[in-house]
Design a protein around this ligand. Structure first.
Ligand SMILES: [Zn+2]
Length: 428
């Protein structure tokens, strides 16, 4: 499972980025949409980079670590410009977007590629901007696609719109009766076997043969189900897409555990020999839709819970930020269209909040101005809180676009006003 650790590795790197304090050398954060359908779009991306880089150079010129910032920017630009130039036909771009984090002063250079939409963004700040990457990770957390055939099983682990792991398993399925008799019925099974075909045919030997095949088929599908359970065990909540003929899917559904059955997000007739890119495209499309609906329902249910007993969830700016400051959140829900704006962050205890403060109300330390959505995302990623972002959720907007669920066994923060942090400081 070497490749499965890829996703874990990505999460680890993002956690590391989230733990970079505001005191160190500057960071370049670049998000670039590279889903170009023609030369004009590619040219627009090039222009965006040039203009934004020029503005940033002006902004950082003369500052104490301006040279450091310029060096990181040069390295970012060189790499990205090369990508833009070297990429052949824009219509054939395999990647829809890049996220790049560069800090020469910290000796850090990290790139993520994804086949998901990304908005252009180029900034130099003391800390990396992680909102978009958190969104990409949450929207495209690992999913599993299983392609069924009578004897073939292909299982893909898909994340960030690309295949991380592919496992192919070929199993035995009898294509002739034991006597060696090869009728036209048997021949049909030699290439492709489905239970629908099993229903055809008559005569005792064929009935016995049918049972024989069905036993093998069930055995094969059971093995496939077990393999899927094992492969997806490390991603307990990951959705599953099942592909194959109707009857095979039905049989498979009956054979998997209840927990896995509950994770089936989509079913498709996609052929088991479909090329990889087709599998990925289908999965990404199906999962986007399923995820979107699921998110909306999840938020509705959280809002309902918060308004009901009020014990396991928090709503709105004050309570959500306080719970986040205290590392109490299991999941953070953010509406990125809420326009929550700027806030402060304490330079010594790392607490943050949204009201203008001249000093940290908790430790009286010096504060700095931060983009609140970015700061909340960073804190959540640092706390290993799950981050779910949506845009324009009708009910979440009433609570200034934020809510959260508490970690198991925790009750809402008390007192319910003010800010505090009991967590050790992020390493700087
Ligand atoms: Zn403080």
């Amino acid at each position: 499972m070497a490749l499965a650790s890829h996703m874990r590795e990505a999460r680890r790197v993002i956690h590391e980025l989230a733990s970079m304090g505001p005191d160190g050398p500057p960071f370049v954060s670049l998000y670039l949409n590279t889903k170009w359908s023609d030369e004009h779009q590619r040219e627009r991306a090039r222009l965006f980079l040039q203009r934004r880089a020029r503005d940033l150079r002006d902004e950082w010129r003369g500052r104490p670590d301006g040279e450091d910032a310029a060096r990181s920017l040069d390295s970012t630009m060189q790499w990205m410009t090369r990508y833009i130039i070297e990429q052949g036909d824009p219509a054939e771009s395999r990647w829809d977007g890049f996220a790049l984090f560069v800090s020469g002063g910290r000796d850090l250079w990290v790139a993520f590629r994804a086949r998901v939409p990304i908005e252009n963004e180029l900034e130099i700040e003391r800390q990396p901007r992680l909102l978009q990457i958190a969104k990409v990770m949450a929207d495209h957390s690992p999913a599993f696609v299983v392609l069924l055939d009578g004897r073939w099983v292909r299982i893909f682990e898909v994340a960030l719109g690309a295949v991380l792991v592919e496992v192919d398993l070929e199993q035995y399925l009898p294509d002739r009766v034991d006597s060696g008799d090869r009728g036209p019925f048997a021949k049909r099974f030699s290439t492709r076997v489905g239970p629908a075909a099993l229903a055809r045919g008559d005569g005792l030997s064929q009935m016995r043969f049918q049972r024989h095949i069905r036993d093998h088929l069930e055995h094969n599908l059971k093995t496939a189900a077990e393999l899927l359970e094992r492969l997806s065990g490390h991603e307990g909540r990951a959705p599953v897409v099942v592909c194959g003929e109707n009857e095979l899917r039905g049989l498979f559904r009956r054979l998997v555990s209840g927990a896995l059955r509950g994770r089936i997000a989509h079913e498709s007739k996609l052929d088991s020999k479909a090329p990889r890119h087709q599998v990925v495209d289908m999965a990404v499309r199906a999962l986007n839709e399923a995820t979107h609906q699921q998110r909306s329902q999840e938020i509705d249910s959280v809002l309902g819970r918060a308004l009901g007993s009020g014990t396991s969830a928090v709503l709105g700016t004050e309570d959500t930020m306080l719970a986040l400051n205290q590392s109490r959140l299991h999941t953070l829900y953010l509406d990125d269209s809420s326009g929550v704006g700027q806030g402060w962050r304490c330079m010594s205890c790392a607490a943050f909040g949204h009201k203008a403060e001249t000093g940290c109300p908790f430790c009286r330390g010096r504060t700095t101005t931060v983009d609140l959505l970015q700061e909340m995302t960073r804190r959540a990623l640092f706390n290993e809180t799950r981050v779910i972002t949506v845009s324009g959720h009708p009910r979440l907007r009433h609570y200034r676009g934020m809510a959260g669920t508490l970690r198991r066994g925790l009750s809402p923060p008390s007192p319910r006003v003010g800010y505090a942090t009991h967590e050790p400081l992020p390493p700087t």
